[in-house]
Design a protein around this ligand. Structure first.
Ligand code: JAH
Length: 270
């Protein structure tokens, strides 16, 4: 996979030389190129911003340097522009569609991704219109909060996508297990020593009874999801829940009404 990242702070992306993603680059599984937007300016001060038309606070990223760098990246793309097949341009933005594991799986299939890191109040909108001629442009948010720019969002997305590229994770069993997580949060994990600071590992995990261990872990997944992420519980397929699952959800505040999972406090008596 080829990835291009454009930023006025290319040093932010130095973290992508480390760990699993750095190893993938050294092993040529990932061709990652970081571009300094200021290298595509022509004035003495390497200016990338200007005041907003229509007024308002802050500054807007000017279009010319973006046009130059994105045209260069599109020209170098390994993706043939025939048959509507375009590289994907991801634009981190609090106004984008929310990035999730499903989007990571989709993007991990792409041959060429580019990321445009905005700063200030954002990038002149005409850049995105122009880029759509050569790229499949996707404004993407990593959550409902405001950063000072797109760089940290790109670090998160490149890590989530990069680890899904075949060969990047040594033991692909962990990826398979992850993909079967059934829309629930993970169960808690423990390792040696068996007693630490007066705290014991749950006895069932030492029992060797694999049926009991599987049930214990499933209950922990259901309990912590019900408490921490009730929004995920109501999205579960009720038909995929067995008698034990339903009992655990009942004890954590959920009922099943007409085949749908509902918070108990929303069930009305007639
Ligand atoms: C802020 C350009 N969803 C997280 C996120 C992504 C990007 C930005 N903020 C939050 C951002 C300022 C300028 C992008």
């Amino acid at each position: 996979m080829r990835i291009d990242v454009v930023s006025i702070f290319p040093e932010y992306l130095a973290a992508l030389d480390l760990s699993l993603i750095g190893k993938a680059r050294r092993e040529k599984l990932l061709d990652l190129n970081v571009h300094d937007l200021r290298d595509h300016t022509h004035d003495r001060h390497r200016t990338v911003d200007d005041t907003p038309y229509g007024g308002g606070a802050g500054m807007v990223m000017k279009p010319e340097p973006w046009g130059a760098v994105l045209d260069r990246i599109a020209t170098e793309s390994p993706v043939s522009p025939v048959a509507g097949n375009k590289p994907i341009l991801i634009v981190p933005s609090p106004a984008g569609a929310v990035f999730d594991q499903e989007m990571a799986y989709e993007l991990a299939e792409a041959e060429h991704l580019a990321f445009a890191c905005g700063r200030y109040e954002g990038i002149d909108e005409r850049v995105l219109e122009h880029a759509a001629e050569a790229f499949d442009v996707r404004p993407v948010s990593i959550g409902d909060y405001v950063l000072n720019g797109g760089e940290v969002a790109v670090l998160a997305m490149v890590e989530a996508i990069g680890r899904l590229i075949p060969g990047v994770i040594g033991n692909p069993e962990s990826l398979i297990e992850e993909s079967h997580s059934d829309g629930l949060l993970e169960y808690p994990v423990y390792t040696k020593p068996g007693t630490w600071e007066g705290r014991e590992v749950p006895e069932v995990l030492l029992s060797g009874n694999h049926g009991k261990i599987a049930r214990f872990r499933r209950n922990k997944q259901l309990e912590r999801t019900a408490i921490r992420r009730p929004d995920l519980i109501v999205q579960l397929d009720a038909a995929a829940l067995n008698r034990h699952d339903r009992d655990t959800l009942w004890h954590n505040g959920f009922a099943i009404v007409d085949g749908r999972i509902v918070p108990k406090d929303q069930v009305v008596q007639d």
